[in-house]
Write a protein that binds this ligand. Structure first.
Ligand code: C2E
Ligand code: CA
Ligand code: CA
Ligand code: CA
Length: 282
């Protein structure tokens, strides 16, 4: 038994070492990712339920590195956050997404009315003292209409101090940008947040959308969220919509926007432009 115990310990020690070295390798790789031009944004179309038209996209980060075969944001973003590298990476994301969006708007003027580019912002960025200035200067540099920019903040980033968060948000809103609460329903924020924080949009987490078929409670929850949203005048984006059943349910409940594989996966820029071409009525 003692020997088996020792082997198990060894096994876990080995797993632990593996995990630590992968984590360190990712951190090291990320350090040069911007400089080596290994980062890429994919864009997932956002569709207006009422008109079925594409109105914009969410930018989602991809890392093309020769060092790892598959490394996805769910793994490397937390490492970028803990190491502080997210500040440089996040700036690149914001710059790239806005530049791209303005280019699409130009190409599709009079054909598609593109109103929204949604960009994920980590808590670390949101709390950084330079963030407001960075957003402001990137808006000016790219010449984007500020209301077209939607900053997505995860609910879990907003739980620190209501007053601080609210003030910080308001300063961003004063620049004219929109703010959404991402993964809504998964954090700990109470309903009173909805009244006190100056955001514009709720994004219903995909875990709720996915259970629409099976779970009566999730249906009720989504209905309730949509009713509250109407009361407070928020837009609501449903993420992770994959099936027609989910689509029909959300449409009937007057959800504002749809995002999900039902319509399209996140696409590299060239393919996103193809998507826009296909969806143009000339
Ligand atoms: P998120 O912001 O909640 O993004 C939605 C995720 O759901 C994306 O995963 C997207 O590809 C995926 N998704 C979209 N539609 C569907 C669907 O119909 N079904 C399913 N199963 N999944 C769908 P992705 O691209 O792997 O990103 C994961 C997370 O990484 C994001 O979750 C976000 O929290 C973070 N992330 C991605 N890009 C950035 C970034 O530029 N900055 C920051 N700070 N975080 C980012
Ligand atoms: Ca998001
Ligand atoms: Ca989300
Ligand atoms: Ca998520």
């Amino acid at each position: 038994a003692k020997k088996a115990g020792r082997n198990t310990t060894k096994f876990y020690q080995h797993k632990m070492d593996e995990w630590i070295s992968r984590r360190m390798a990712i951190e090291n790789g990320l350090r040069d990712a911007v400089k080596n031009q290994e980062l890429e944004l994919h864009y997932q179309p956002i569709i207006d339920f009422a008109t079925s038209k594409v109105i914009g996209a969410e930018a989602l980060l991809r890392w093309n590195t020769p060092k790892f075969n598959d490394v996805y944001p769910d793994e490397f973003i937390p490492i970028a956050e803990e190491s502080g590298l997210i500040l440089e990476i996040g700036k690149w994301v914001l710059q790239t997404a806005l530049k791209q969006f303005v280019a699409w708007q130009k190409e599709f003027t009079g054909v598609i009315e593109l109103q929204k580019i949604a960009v994920n912002i980590s808590a670390h960025q949101f709390e950084n003292s330079n963030f407001l200035h960075d957003v402001d200067s990137i808006i000016k540099k790219t010449n984007i209409k500020p209301s077209c920019l939607e900053l997505e903040l995860v609910e879990s980033a907003l739980v620190e101090n209501l007053k601080t968060v609210s003030t910080r948000m308001q300063k961003l809103r004063d620049l004219g940008v929109s703010i959404s609460i991402d993964d809504f329903g998964t954090g700990y924020s109470s309903l009173s947040y909805l009244k006190k924080l100056p955001f514009t949009t709720l994004k219903i987490d995909k875990s709720f959308v996915m259970d629409i078929q099976n779970d009566v409670d999730d249906k009720e929850l989504i209905s309730a969220i949509l009713m509250i949203a109407q009361t407070f005048n928020f837009e609501v984006v449903a993420e992770g919509v994959e099936t027609q059943e989910q689509y029909l349910f959300l449409k009937e409940k007057k959800c504002t926007y749809l995002q999900g594989y039902y319509c399209s996966k996140p696409l590299p820029n060239e393919q996103f432009i193809q998507f826009l071409r296909k969806n143009s009525v000339r």
